[in-house]
Design a protein around this ligand. Sequence first.
Ligand code: ATP
Ligand code: MG
Length: 630
Amino acid sequence: MSSYEDFHRRSIEDPEGFWGEQAQMIHWHKPPQKVRDYSKPPFCKWFVGGETNLCYNAVDRHLAERANQPALIYISTETDEEKVYTFAELHREVNRFAAVLQSQGLQKGDRVIIYMPMIAEALFAVLACVRLGAVHSVVFGGFAAYNLAVRIDDAKPKLMITSDAGMRGGKAVPYKHLVDESCSLAKFPPEKVILINRGLVKDMAITEGRDLDYATLRAQHMDAEVPITWLESNEPSYILYTSGTTGIPKGVQRDTGGYAVALASTMKHLYAVNPGETMFATSDIGWVVGHSYIIYGQLINGSATILYEGLPTRPDAGIWWKIVQDYKVRSMFSSPTAIRVLKSQDPKYMRMYDISCLRYLFLAGEPLDEPTSRWITDSLQIPVIDHYWQTETGWPMLSYLPGVDLKPNRFGSPGFPVYGYDIKVISEGTGEEVPRGDKGVLVVVPPLPPGCLSTVWGDDKRFVQSYFSSFKEMLYTSSDWAVRDEDGYFFILGRTDDVINVAGHRLGTREIEEAIQAHSAVAEVAVIGVADSVKGQVPVGFCRLRDPTLLDEPGAEARLEKEVIGKVQELLGAVAKPHRVHFVNALPKTRSGKLLRRSIQALAEGRDPGDLSTLDDPNSLEEVRRAVGH
Ligand code: ATP
Ligand code: MG
C-alpha cells in the first residue's frame, strides 16, 4: 500500500498514468483513446473517445455477479415503508422507467427536470435518464415555484418528473401545485409532466394533455428492456445547480466518463467501501452529495445505498443508528448540522443499537466545529472524517483517505488534498502562495481532475469568469479561505465573501464563530458584519444556546452576552470582539443546512432579507427580527 504522499504526488506528476489506471475501475463500451486533452484551458476533457454509460455502470454491469444482492434500500419513516431492491429488481424498474420516458419521445441530449421527494422512483428516474443519454437536472424538492421556474428556463427541459408530495415530520408537503405554478412562470416549460402519485394529496389539479400518470404508463412497459445509449466520456450526464448560499445558482455541468471514474475511485480509496457492502448518506438527492453518494457512487461500486425519507429525530433520535445496525452500514456520510441536531438530544439514543459494523463517519457541507467533532467522535468511537468539497467538484477535494493511508485526525481540519487536486493557498492580493500558517484563498491549479464541472451549463464564459479569473494566473478559485499548517493539514476558514471589514481589518466570520463556539453554553452560532458609520462594519453574533432556559433568570442574557464577547476577545483579540451577541431559538439556514448569513445581515441592517426561496424554517427569520428589534 502506498503512502498518502506518494499516492497524491503520482496523481499530480503523472496524471495520465494515474487516471489511466483508475479508469479501469469502470466499464467502457469503447476504451478511451486519450486520458486527457487540455488543449483549451481551463476546459479539460477526460478519457477522450471513450464510450460509457452511468446507468450501465451502476446497474447492468453488476447483474452477472450480484443480481440478488441489495442495491437500493429505501426507508421512509414518514410513510413507514422499508423496501430492498436487488440489482436485478433495480434493473427492471429502471428499464420500465426508461421505456416510459422513451414513449414520450425523450432522446439523447434532452433535459429532464426531476423535482421529487426521497422515494425510490426518484432514483429510477435519474438512472433511466442517463440510460437514454438524456441530461437530468434534479431540483431539491421543496424549493418554491420561482426557484423551479428559474432552473426550468436555464435547462429548458423536454420533460419534468414529479410527485404529488413529499413528507416531512409526518405531514405531506404538496409538490404538484408548485410544478404547475413554475410551469406557468417559466418561459420554456416542459411538454409533459410525469407524475408519481403517492396518494398524499386530495383534489390535485391535473392538466389534461400535459400531466401523465406514471403508474399507468409503467403498467404498459412491465417487460421493457431498453438498450443503453453509449456516450462519449465528455458528453453531459447532468446539470446540478449550486445551493445558492451566496447568490444566483450556477448550473454545474457534469461529464460522464470522468465522473464515473472519480466516483469509483473514491468509493475505494476514500470511503473505503467494498462491493457488496452498504454506505448510508443522509443527504438529499437534490444536492451534490445525493448525486454522488446516494445515487451513483455506491451503485457504480456494486455496493448498496440507502435512500432515507425522514428526519434524524423521528420516531426518535436513534433512527439513523438503527438503520446502521439493521443494514450493516460500513461508511456513513452526514453533515455537521445534522450532528448538532443529534447532539441536542438525549445521549441515550447514541447507545441503543449495535453499530459495531460502522467503520467511518464522513461529514461535509460546512465547517465542523471542534466541540461537535469531539462529541461525535467520543460517542461513536470510530474515526470521524471531516472532508471538504463543492457542488462544482462533485467529489471531495480535501479529505483523509482511509482506503489508502489514514493519517491521524486533527480536529477542525478536513485533512489533505485528495489525489487529482493540486491545491494551493494563495494571497488574495498578490496571487502568490502564502507561507504555511497564513490565511489565503484555496485554489486548485488546473486542469481540474476527472468528474469536476466541465462548464457552466450553456455559459462557457461564466465558467471562465466565475471560477478561473480571480487571479493573474489561471487558477480555479474555491471562494473559500483556508490555512495550511506546518504539517500540511488544511483548515477552511469560511467563504471569501463572508469577510467583514472592521476598521480596516479583514476578519473571517468563521473564525469569530469558532471562538464563540468555544463557550460551552453555545450550540450554534452565526456571525455577520453590520454596517457601522465609524468602523465600516462590526461583527454581530446570533447564538442558539444548548439550554435556552439558561436565559430565564433575570439578568442572565446580559451576563451571557458579556461572557461570549469576552471569549472572543480572549481568543482573537479586541478587533474581533462582537459588537452585540443576540440569543435566538433558531438560525436561518438553507434547505441544505447552511447558514443564510446574507439574510441575517440584511435583517440586522434593517433591510429586506432578499431571496428566501431556499430558507428552511421561516420561524428562524422571526427569531432574528425579534432579536434585532426590526
Ligand atoms: P453557492 O455556491 O450557490 O453559494 P454553496 O457554495 O453553499 O452555494 P455547495 O457547493 O453545496 O453550495 O457548498 C460548497 C461549500 O460548502 C464550500 O465551498 C464551503 O464553503 C462549504 N463546505 C463544504 N464542505 C466543507 C467543510 N468540510 N468544511 C468547511 N466548509 C465546507
Ligand atoms: Mg459555492
